[in-house]
Write a protein that binds this ligand. Structure first.
Ligand SMILES: [Zn+2]
Length: 454
């Protein structure tokens, strides 16, 4: 048998090089890898070269283990200790129970606004302290997820710094198919509830989630996840979304404009926002569609139904579908309690059968799109609580369900090149979600793992 030292030697040496550059968690993985290779070799007939390999691997593993434990060695004096705050405790009582000079906590509180947060420590908080006798040497306190207050003795006084953790950002793609409701499909796919709402809000100008949703409709969301020290801290923002409704593809991408305002746009730079919402209610089912020849349920005569009836329980908030002002508010025959909004010169919207108006609404008042103007009821000619909604263009009734709505502001021309380059990876991520699903690891963590893989 030929001894081939060079091949035996190669992998540990190159692995060592990686260890030098990589972090502790990567080293941990390398240990697993080397253990596995030892186990594999044990299965075959032992030979001299394999003995050498095993001996090398063992020595290598020991070297790594001592390297791993090195950073964990704590100086003998002045160890850090954790103090968990009990109910009723304050900084001064902590100093007392820890046997620290109580004069010191007062000077610490004078070190600035972040240090003053120590006044508000509460049960369950943790203080990390390092002391020498009755002298405090260092103190650490997590102000929030990202910021840690660090107080340190320098000579005869204390200094305070606030350390901000570096957040690693990675993206995650979630995709789902509608089989009952958007909400349930979102839950099944693992989409955070907040994002389900955002998704519905995003496309509410293009899709009437009460009327248009069909089984088999699909959504894809690209969202950001924030990691601190390799551990997921929380979900970030939605970056892009796609909704395929009855075969029609709707897409939205987030973009921060020159003034730092974030908004969603279509991939060609149009605003997703339109002058009008499709519906004045958030959760709706349509009980009577727009129909110019309809038998009226109470009058039993053929009367055009020049609006859309949305069945909803009494008290459901009704939202202004566009910016405008109150042209009429009050009682009006069969409409019952009704609000008419004027939007510019051409458009009017009407909301009837309300149980009550929102407090403070009066004729001439300005309203913003999405602002609650009143609540669903059955006032006037109505058999059950519902919202009767009309949409008029130049005085002519239009079906709000299928009218083409004007879009709000597009991206400024000067911002378009930046926008177009930014959305390329997001669109690619949405499109890759259409391919067969592959287990997705957070992108920020991937490079570290692949560096340790021989
Ligand atoms: Zn009606």
């Amino acid at each position: 048998m030929k001894l081939d030292y060079s091949s035996v030697d190669r992998s540990p040496r190159s692995a060592r090089r990686i260890v030098l550059a990589a972090s502790v968690c990567v080293v941990g993985l390398a240990i697993l890898v080397s253990r596995e290779s030892i186990a594999k070799r044990d299965l075959s007939t032992p030979s001299f070269s394999e003995d050498v390999a095993i001996a090398e691997a063992v020595a290598y593993e020991q070297a790594i283990q001592s390297a791993v434990s090195d950073p964990l060695v704590v100086p003998e004096a002045s160890e850090w200790s954790s103090v968990r705050i009990e109910p009723g405790e304050t900084l001064s009582t902590v100093f007392e129970t820890e046997g620290l000079d109580t004069a010191q906590w007062m000077s610490i509180l004078e070190l600035g606004p972040d240090a003053r947060q120590l006044k508000r420590i509460k049960a369950g908080d943790t203080l990390e302290i390092r002391k020498s006798g009755d002298d405090l040497l260092e103190l650490r306190y997590e102000l929030d997820d990202l910021r840690t207050l660090h107080v340190e003795r320098v000579g005869d006084h204390f200094e305070a710094n606030t350390l901000t953790a570096d957040l690693a950002r990675s993206t995650r793609t979630i995709t789902g198919t509608i089989d009952s409701s958007l909400f349930i499909a979102g839950q099944k796919a693992g989409l955070p509830v907040r994002m389900v709402m955002e998704l519905a809000e995003l496309f509410r100008y293009d899709i009437d989630f009460a009327l248009d949703l069909r089984d088999g409709d699909r959504f894809t969301v690209v969202m950001e996840e924030l990691y601190k020290d390799g551990v997921k801290l929380r979900d970030g923002d939605m970056l892009a979304a796609e909704f395929v409704n009855q075969g029609k593809v709707h897409r939205a991408v987030r973009f921060k404009d020159g003034e730092g305002r974030s908004a969603f746009y279509t991939p060609d730079g149009q605003s997703l926002r339109k002058a009008f919402f499709r519906t004045p209610l958030d959760v709706v089912r349509v009980s009577s569609p727009f129909n110019l020849r309809r038998r009226h349920p109470i009058l039993n005569t053929i009367r055009a139904h020049k609006g859309v009836d949305y069945a909803a329980s009494s008290g459901t908030p009704i939202k202004a579908t566009g910016d405008g002002k109150v042209a009429f508010i009050g009682n009006k025959g069969g409409y019952g309690r009704v609000v008419i909004l004027q939007h510019g010169q051409q458009y009017e919207t009407l909301y009837a059968h309300m149980s009550r108006f929102r407090a403070g609404m009066k004729a001439g008042a300005k309203v913003k799109q999405g602002q609650v103007i009143g609540y669903v009821g059955a006032s006037g000619l109505a058999t059950a609580p519902h919202l009767h909604y009309e949409f008029r263009v130049n005085g002519v009734h239009k079906n709000p369900v299928n009218i083409v709505m004007p879009r709000a502001n597009p991206i400024a021309r000067a911002q378009l090149p930046k926008f177009q380059s930014q959305i390329v990876p997001l669109i690619a991520q949405i499109e890759s979600a259409r391919a067969p699903r592959v287990a997705q690891a957070p992108a920020a963590i991937l490079p570290a793992i692949s560096a340790a893989t021989p």
